[in-house]
Design a binder for this molecule. Structure first.
Ligand SMILES: NC(=O)c1ccc[n+]([C@@H]2O[C@H](COP(=O)([O-])OP(=O)(O)OC[C@H]3O[C@@H](n4cnc5c(N)ncnc54)[C@H](OP(=O)(O)O)[C@@H]3O)[C@@H](O)[C@H]2O)c1
Length: 287
């Protein structure tokens, strides 16, 4: 999700114009500090630097696959989009955390519906973040991976032409051969077995190419596939202080019901926006 939107929800006293200025600034510079963002849990702190905190977080890759983070923004009543886009839900603090989480990912995975709706470009981050990534042994920028059954993706779009790395495209055996051919000139296309891309196949491929931390940016149906395969290690959830109604999907849709217990690793606040990091709850071995 690029978190773009034309009609920002005016929450926390921030005017839409201010939100847009902050968004544009962050898009250009990858800046990720927000004055007044504070930590509520696990212990109160008056100031939080999302980049430093996310870079320091523990994300041990499970055996044979990368660690999987899911990052989403929702309204207080669970809406994930307004007018079909997520950006107006997020605001300043969400943009900062979104940027900070991208800065630790080796690969950003997004479903084609989200990429089309939100007009994805290549992932960017500040030069400072790029230097920090290289110092940690990562590529300067995360690689983009798009998941699509139909391959209804424009090879001339910015995400394929505007970045320094060839994006990945994960598709199925049933993909149209002409589209597959056209996209292969601008992306590394991985054809997975069956009629739906299995998250396990995505992760196996990314693990094979050295990825240790993978960020899934939705949308809800792709999140559903990852939850359905029990392949979510972390949820970074921004909750905006707004009621939206409407019919947008929940954070996770299409997955059979299952309960994945989570632990709250931290909770931050800015202008009424809550920014939580949950990790998969460890199974207790003492009983
Ligand atoms: N609030 C947030 O943080 C957030 C984040 C992301 C998105 N969103 C919003 O969510 C909406 C889009 O979500 P969505 O659930 O409708 O769609 P989505 O999950 O973004 O995309 C669905 C499409 O992705 C492809 N896809 C997904 N899973 C696949 C799989 N396992 N195998 C093969 N292809 C797969 C298919 O693409 P093809 O059609 O190309 O075959 C499918 O039609 C947008 O309104 C967006 O703004 C919100």
């Amino acid at each position: 999700m690029e978190r773009k939107g034309n009609n920002p929800v005016n929450f926390g006293g921030i005017s839409p114009a201010v939100i847009h200025m902050a968004v544009d600034d962050r898009d250009r510079n990858g800046t990720a500090t927000v004055p007044g963002m504070r930590q509520l849990l696990p212990r109160p702190m008056d100031h939080v630097d999302p980049v430093t905190a996310h870079a320091a977080a523990d994300r041990p890759p499970p055996a044979g696959r990368p660690w999987v983070m899911v990052n989403m923004v929702a309204s207080a009543d669970g809406a994930t989009a307004v007018d079909g886009l997520s950006g107006s839900l997020g605001g300043d603090a969400d943009r900062a955390v979104f940027s900070a989480i991208r800065a630790v990912a080796d690969v950003v995975v997004a479903a084609a519906g989200t990429v089309r709706a939100e007009g994805y470009g290549p992932p960017r981050t500040s030069e400072e973040n790029q230097r920090a990534r290289v110092a940690r042994g990562q590529e300067p920028l995360p690689r983009l991976a798009v998941v699509s059954r139909s391959l209804d993706l424009d090879p001339r779009s910015a995400m394929f032409t505007g970045g320094s790395q060839r994006p990945l495209v994960f598709t199925c055996e049933t993909a149209d051969p002409g589209r597959l051919d056209r996209l292969s000139s601008v992306a590394e296309v991985v054809v997975c077995s069956g009629t739906s891309v299995a998250p396990g196949e995505i992760l196996a491929h990314l693990h094979g190419s050295g990825a240790q931390v993978v960020l899934v940016e939705g949308g809800p149906s792709l999140n559903g596939a990852f939850l359905g395969a029990d392949l979510v290690d972390e949820l970074d959830l921004t909750t905006s202080p707004a009621l939206v109604g409407g019919g947008s999907a929940r954070l996770v849709s299409g997955a059979p019901e299952r309960v994945l217990p989570l632990s709250l690793a931290h909770l931050w606040e800015h202008e009424g926006v809550l920014l939580a990091r949950y990790v998969r709850a460890r199974v207790r071995s003492d009983r």
